[in-house]
Design a protein around this ligand. Structure first.
Ligand SMILES: [Ca+2]
Length: 584
């Protein structure tokens, strides 16, 4: 049997008694099924049925269809019924109007699968995975209960301002994804006259957290889930950023680097050539540990801090700072940052970070800059204002991730707030609720709402669910090590191994969801479908470099391997060709 056909067509055994005709193929060779007419003589899956949906479907209370429009075929999208709606439209305690918006797209040539795409950052943007719909999936996305174009407030943390409304916090944390899944499945069933055969969820970053949430809190919803670079301890990402900002701002001061406004020039605490020195030290320490010196460190667990330290010392300036060496202060500060956020007694507040060589060598002019270690932790070395991405998430700590929220908070407050943050006393506000009897109540705590770290995935496994997790080695937003520790806890909890239903793939060199000197371009969805519907487990995932010319990874392909396996060169053939590697 053609394995492609098995992958793309829903299993015959699961077909219902409805007359089903294969009418067309679309996109990547996907089989598409359509039911034009079924019981009661009602025409379904037609422009007329799309227009009529608002009057023919009984929705849950406080759920509205705002538009049902049949969109005809264009070069970028197939013919489909688009439904826009919202849930729980209301005025929050802060006087702002909130609603959980959703957009559902129902293609005429439906492959009988339902798909939800995850969000990013603190959401507030309507997720709309059109490209997946074009492959035949019924797709849905949400803004998670607030709208950045309506609810942002410059004096209250910008897009984090919805943190002033306790209910909006809950919608963003977990409630909206459950509600939107339910209404999406209901409308899908009404439109096609049958339920989806399989349901999938995919997301990266905050969307990766939502993906894990579905496997942990709502295991009944999805058969297959892909979680990329998940923010599984969401509030601790900004906390980790405050930790590194304090360190690098201090370093910049000691190096005498300041901006015209007097602020420490964080972006200048390491020059581009300094970071290249760090990258080269890491490569010297760890590149060959996987048996091949190729600019990629596959054996990250063996790339320990002491091993890297030895090589960093060889790059230390014997005297004055020059372009070809690092100061002892730079090395020590960097190592302190990589060890992770701690309080004054050395208690770990957030994970350490792996020594992946992807942290080095990207300048502000590189096309991969926006997803680079420098852009997240330091910011540009030539900017006239501090612009590390980490600074842009600080407002969320003040307004969204602590109880009770602290306002006013303007964007210019990010650096002073970070420098004044007390790691002995302030983190407790993430783990605590606001005082009882004081209105409004900000409960439960951010930690209990946003942490997505459950390790007992039995309900998801029992329903036949399959989970694929991936994470970049050089992710400078969320530490790979944090996700690896969680995954290994899952494996222990599930009897020593989770390979039969949950696999995790490390992407060496990749930054947050993409970018970096890495094979960062891959699509796990076809293999997840194959795993869920045909039982074929994904033993490796083909990945390609999306940054041609970036160091020595141009035009390179590699297998991504299920942890704890790693990619190993077979010893012969082109090192840029994935077929010359195996997982072991
Ligand atoms: Ca290597």
């Amino acid at each position: 049997m053609n394995p492609r056909a098995a992958m793309d067509c829903p299993a015959r055994a699961k077909r219902q008694s409805l007359a089903i005709a294969i009418v067309a193929t679309l996109g990547l060779g996907a089989c598409s099924y359509r039911n034009d007419v079924i019981a009661n003589g009602a025409a379904l899956n037609t422009p007329q049925a799309c227009d009529a949906l608002p009057t023919t479907v009984a929705l849950a209370p406080h759920t509205r269809i705002l538009a049902a429009v049949f969109e005809t075929t264009t070069p970028t999208q197939p013919a489909h019924c688009r439904i826009d709606g919202d849930i729980d439209s209301r005025v929050g305690v802060d006087g702002q109007r909130y609603a959980t918006r959703f957009r559902l797209r129902l293609p005429q040539a439906w492959n009988q699968r339902f798909y939800m795409g995850g969000g990013g950052g603190t959401n507030g943007v309507l997720v709309d995975p059109v490209a997946v719909m074009a492959q035949g999936f019924a797709t849905i996305g949400t803004d998670a209960g607030h709208d950045n174009t309506l609810n942002s407030r410059p004096d209250a943390g910008g897009t984090a301002a919805f943190g002033l409304d306790p209910q909006a916090r809950i919608a963003f944390a977990y409630q909206s994804y459950d509600q939107v899944t339910r209404v999406g499945k209901l409308l899908t069933r009404a439109y096609y006259g049958q339920a989806q055969r399989y349901a999938y969820f995919q997301g990266c970053s905050e969307g990766g957290r939502e993906a894990l949430l579905m496997s942990q809190r709502y295991p009944e919803h999805y058969d297959g889930i892909i979680a990329g670079d998940p923010t599984l301890h969401l509030p601790l990402g900004p906390l980790a950023g405050i930790h590194t900002t304090q360190l690098f701002a201090g370093l910049a001061k000691r190096l005498g680097k300041s901006l015209p406004d007097g602020q420490p020039a964080i972006g200048q605490s390491f020059s581009d050539s300094d970071l290249l020195l760090v990258r080269n030290a890491v490569l010297k320490a760890c590149d060959a540990l996987d048996g091949l010196s190729d600019g990629i460190v596959d054996n990250l667990p063996a790339c320990t801090a002491p091993r890297v330290h030895t090589q960093l010392l060889t790059a230390q300036c014997p005297g004055a700072k020059g372009d070809a060496c690092l100061t002892a202060d730079q090395i020590k500060t960097l190592e302190t940052a990589y060890a992770g956020a701690v309080d004054s007694k050395g208690r770990q507040l957030y994970s350490d970070w792996p020594w992946d060589p992807g942290m080095g060598g990207v300048s502000a002019t590189d096309k991969s800059y926006s997803q680079s270690w420098r852009s997240w932790w330091l910011g540009s070395s030539s900017a006239t204002a501090n612009n590390a991405i980490k600074l842009s998430f600080v407002s969320a700590i003040s307004v969204l991730y602590t109880s009770a929220p602290k306002v006013p908070f303007a964007s210019s407050d990010a650096l002073p707030f970070s420098l004044a943050y007390n790691f002995d006393t302030d983190p407790a506000k993430i783990y605590g609720s606001s005082a009882p009897g004081v209105a409004p109540a900000y409960t439960p705590s951010s930690a209990s709402m946003y942490f997505t770290e459950a390790t007992d995935l039995s309900p998801f496994k029992r329903r036949g669910g399959k989970l694929m997790v991936y994470h970049g080695g050089a992710d400078s937003s969320v530490s790979l090590n944090d996700t690896l520790r969680w995954y290994e806890s899952v494996a222990r909890q599930m009897g020593g191994s989770a390979q039969d239903f949950a696999r995790m793939y490390v992407v060496p060199g990749m930054n947050h969801c993409r970018g970096g000197p890495a094979t960062d371009s891959f699509d796990m969805l076809p293999q997840l479908v194959q795993w869920v519907e045909a039982g074929t487990a994904p033993d490796s995932v083909l990945a390609k470099a999306s940054n041609p010319g970036y160091f020595n990874v141009s035009a390179r392909s590699r297998p991504l391997c299920p942890h704890p396996q790693q990619a190993r060169y077979k010893g012969a053939g082109d090192i840029n060709d994935a077929s010359n590697f195996r997982c072991e």
